[in-house]
Design a protein around this ligand. Structure first.
Ligand code: B3K
Ligand code: ZN
Length: 887
């Protein structure tokens, strides 16, 4: 397979002005008639027309109504000698029923769906399948009326009617030009929740959420989330809904979360369906943010799209930033905003930082790829969002909104680049630090790797000054050995011994800065002196995680305890606890003389945790985050050589220690938070349910140690009596995680209760596959689960719930001394690759970090990857991932 280079971008040789598509839908053989009005691009040297296609049966090609000479070059259809303007008609067929890749046109539960991003449209018809070719679409769908009563496509329904032999048709016109990746159709037996809304500007819209008949009662939350999204984008960014009709359709077979097709978003059921009986608080929150995300793409992605796929973060980073802000703005309490920020940073640090340090590391705007599907990554999405967030920090919230307005004014209807976005934000804020340092700031787009920001503090009692010295560096990444300094906004404050905020007077600044200020670093080394500092301060650096960097500061334990007790910045308050726990874990992991059951956490840290848990005013959600130990993955990232079993043992020991040492506080926390009244999926009561769940888990672990049977019994009762899925699943999880004998009957009961709820059965599988390992018992269980009647590797949600939960989310069980986890992984990658390369390539990344494993894991992991790589006929998706891993 060949790598595509960003530098090789060239504009298309032809434009497609209109596309008239007619589908005769049939699962075994769908006929597609594609009539396009095309013209040569006068700015490009004359050349043959090359149309992309994939797994199509070509029946006919007509140019201006006449049979035309064409040839096939690989999968491309090539036509020479075309006039400047012409009509091209292409007739093809395809087989949706056999489409297990779930790209292009496929069938799920007797319903037709499409997925075209990034390069799926070429599986429907021959086309210029690239995002800078934007066309107007008219789509006619024809199908059997009884089997497919609902026929949907992008835009507005302009005509529908009956056809002979029990068939019917619907004709849709999309009022906006769009790239092919935003095309969609749906046909099947569906019902819709409908809501008419009037936007601020007075325009009326019809909102619809389509699902299978039995699921209609689970669509209220998705609809509410959609309404909130429409109102928010108008209020925050002045971006109105531009369509009369906006549709969401749910499918249970989907490679990803959801897709922002213009006016016809297609969603994984996981991000649409929710009832208090079947969905957890986390599910509700995810639905809100994914509905928001896809809706916000209507502007950031659809109205203004990407010139080429290297610019993917232009729409994805920006839209993640927008959905994060949306979720935060919906929080009634400021503390809930902070909790959301901490959760987002946790995702970044546990998933993106490892990616940035591994074989798949790539810049936010990559330079090359073999298969673009492999680049829908946490770097493009989450790091991309952090880059946008830094821009907002540098120009201010209002300045950023001005920049957005300018961006959409300049580029509406265009396919543009990351540079265009940054330029618009800077141009709208000419006096900002962003505008002053734009070329350097854009290194965040071009340089991969997570910068290290080392800081030291020096207090001069005599001069009453405090000096912070910063030095930045960035480790090498594949293809980039040397990095230039980044522009890094560093929000900070200083705390006195009693925890009070100290006034900030930066040397050379005219005004004192209040309690917090943002320094903008841009050189490899820089120092800043604060004057009038009456005591040695505790610095609170990188408040709110103001840049996606690793901050290295030699905090003393006393300083961290002070930050944990007093920092007014909730992020750094949480971060202090994480640093304390991480420090304890690393010390224990590095101690070769440590007895297996020796304590890991010292008294002072336990006392601090106790303080937090008992705190009269702190939010339950915040307490839950502070009491959550750093994950095994995050701990492993801090080590040069990782013995996964050692990491696992130490973390389990910490968990047991916290459970037993804080037994009384856990009981209290449970009692205080177990009743949250009538179920409402909002952050404050969700935080209380989360803390009650954490308390139960700890009480069950403590019970395991002491032999107590009371708490496991209460937990089982809670599991049985729960009135919502969050409480029920937390109780089930507590029993499973503690390895209590009662877990078996609870699991059996859970399965029986929810056997017809696919999304709940996914939870049932996932919980077992991610359970803590005891003497290697998880792998045999996982193998058994894949033989369960409810298991199907072809359904991506189900495959993820078993295989990914085990390989990606259960390091203690996956990394086995006998390498059996790796062997099983390689078998599953190979098996999946023949069914669905995108899902296989995701799974293939489970061993990305193999090279930092200790022996014998390292060699065994390498061997397993090599085994996959050696497989003949591997998809380019999987081949790219494993080749990079071995490079
Ligand atoms: N844009 C889609 C992702 C498509 C993934 C293609 N492999 C969903 C989203 O980011 O909103
Ligand atoms: Zn997106």
């Amino acid at each position: 397979p060949v790598a595509i280079q960003r530098e090789d971008y060239a504009p298309p040789a032809y434009w497609i002005d209109t596309v008239d598509l007619c589908f005769d839908l049939d699962p075994a053989k769908t006929r597609v008639l594609n009539r396009m009005k095309m013209r040569r691009n006068p700015e490009v040297a004359a050349q043959p027309l090359r149309l992309d296609g994939d797994e199509l049966n070509l029946a006919r090609v007509l140019v201006n109504g006449q049979g035309a000479a064409f040839r096939m070059e690989g999968s491309q259809l090539v036509i020479d000698g075309l006039p400047d303007d012409f009509e091209l008609e292409i007739f093809t067929t395809c087989c949706p029923a056999k489409n297990t890749k779930l790209m292009g046109l496929f069938v799920s539960q007797n319903t037709f769906f499409t997925q075209c991003e990034a390069e799926g449209f070429r599986r429907i018809t021959y086309f210029l399948d690239r995002p800078d070719v934007m066309a107007s679409y008219i789509v006619t769908l024809r199908a059997d009326k009884a089997a497919y009563p609902v026929l949907l496509s992008n835009g507005n329904l302009v005509e529908e009617g009956e056809l002979p032999e029990g068939r019917h048709f619907a004709k849709w016109v999309d009022p906006f030009k769009k790239p092919a990746y935003l095309f969609a159709l749906v046909a099947g037996k569906l019902v819709a929740r409908e809501q008419r809304i009037k936007a601020r500007n007075g325009r009326e819209h019809l909102l619809q959420v389509y699902v299978r008949a039995g699921d209609l009662d689970k669509t209220e939350h998705a609809m509410n989330s959609l309404i909130h999204s429409v109102l928010w984008d108008e209020a925050r960014f002045g971006l109105p809904l531009d369509l009369d009709r906006f549709m969401i359709v749910a499918t249970s077979d989907f490679n990803m979360g959801a897709m922002e097709n213009k006016g016809l978003n297609i969603f994984n059921t996981k991000y649409v369906l929710a009832s208090q009986a079947t969905a957890t608080d986390a599910d509700y929150a995810n639905i809100e943010s994914v509905v928001g995300h896809e809706y916000f793409h209507n502007w950031s992605g659809d109205r203004v799209t990407c010139r080429d796929w290297f610019q993917l973060s232009l729409k994805e980073g920006l839209t993640v930033f927008r959905d994060q802000e949306f979720s935060m703005d919906l929080c009634a309490e400021p503390s809930a905003r902070a909790v959301k920020r901490i959760e987002d940073v946790r995702v970044l640090r546990t998933a993106q930082f490892p990616e940035d340090a591994g074989p798949m590391a790539h810049p936010v705007r990559p330079d090359s790829y073999i298969e673009i599907s492999n680049f829908y990554t946490v770097t493009i999405y989450e790091k991309g969002a952090e880059v946008v967030r830094m821009m907002q920090t540098l120009v201010g919230r209002e300045g950023f909104a001005r920049g957005m307005t300018l961006y959409f004014e300049r580029h509406d209807g265009q396919a543009v680049t990351c540079d265009d976005f940054a330029q618009a934000i800077a141009d709208a804020n000419p006096d900002s630090e962003l505008a002053r340092r734009l070329p350097q700031f854009k290194r965040w787009y071009s340089q991969a790797g997570t910068p290290r920001l080392a800081a030291t503090g020096h207090y001069d009692a005599e001069a009453r000054t405090y000096t912070l010295a910063f030095s930045q560096s960035c480790p090498p990444t594949p293809g980039q050995s040397v990095k230039e300094p980044f522009v890094i906004p560093v929000a900070l404050g200083l705390l006195g011994a009693d925890g009070r905020a100290l006034p900030l007077q930066l040397e050379g600044a005219a005004q004192p800065a209040g309690e917090s200020l943002t320094l903008v670093l841009h050189e490899a080394e820089q120092r800043f002196t604060f004057t009038g500092v009456d005591e040695a301060p505790v610095p609170s650096i990188l408040r709110g995680f103001s840049a996606p960097v690793v901050l290295q500061f030699d905090y003393t334990r006393e300083q961290l305890l002070a930050l944990l007790a007093h920092d007014t910045d909730p992020f750094n308050r949480w971060e202090a606890a994480q640093r304390l726990a991480l420090g304890a874990a690393l010390a224990a992991i590095g101690d070769d003389t440590r007895a297996p059951d020796a304590p890991v956490l010292d008294e002072a840290l336990i006392a601090a945790m106790r303080e937090v848990l008992r705190h009269p005013t702190l939010d339950a959600a915040f307490k839950e985050l502070v009491l959550s130990l750093p994950s095994e993955v995050y701990i492993a990232e801090q080590l040069d050589v990782v013995d996964p079993q050692r990491v696992h043992r130490v973390r389990e020991a910490m968990r047991t220690q916290l459970a037993t040492a804080l037994f009384a506080e856990w009981q209290q926390a449970y009692e205080d938070n177990k009743d949250t009244g009538a179920y409402r999926p909002e952050p404050v009561s969700a935080g209380r349910r989360a803390l009650a769940g954490m308390a139960l888990a700890n009480l069950c672990i403590a019970a395991r140690e002491s032999g107590d049977t009371v708490w496991p019994g209460k937990t089982l009762q809670r599991f049985k009596d729960a009135s919502n899925m969050t409480d029920r699943f937390n109780a089930l999880t507590a029993l499973v995680v503690a390895g209590h004998p009662l877990a078996a009957q609870a699991l059996a009961r859970f399965h029986a209760m929810f056997k017809d709820e696919a999304l709940v059965i996914d939870k049932w599988f996932g919980l077992q596959a991610s359970a803590p390992d005891r003497d290697g018992d998880v792998l045999p269980l996982v193998k058994q689960l894949t033989r369960h009647a409810d298991f199907s590797i072809k359904n991506p949600n189900r495959a993820r719930s078993v295989i990914f939960s085990y390989c990606n989310a259960n390091p203690g069980a996956f990394h086995r001394l006998d390498a059996a986890g790796y062997v099983w992984w390689s078998d599953r990658v190979i098996e999946l690759d023949e069914i669905n390369p995108q899902v296989a390539a995701r799974l293939a990344r489970a061993l990305d970090r193999w090279s930092k494993l200790a022996e014998p894991y390292r060699s065994a992991a390498r061997e397993a990857i090599a085994r996959v790589a050696a497989r003949p006929g591997l998809s380019k998706d999987t081949l790219e991932v494993v080749s990079r891993a071995l490079a």
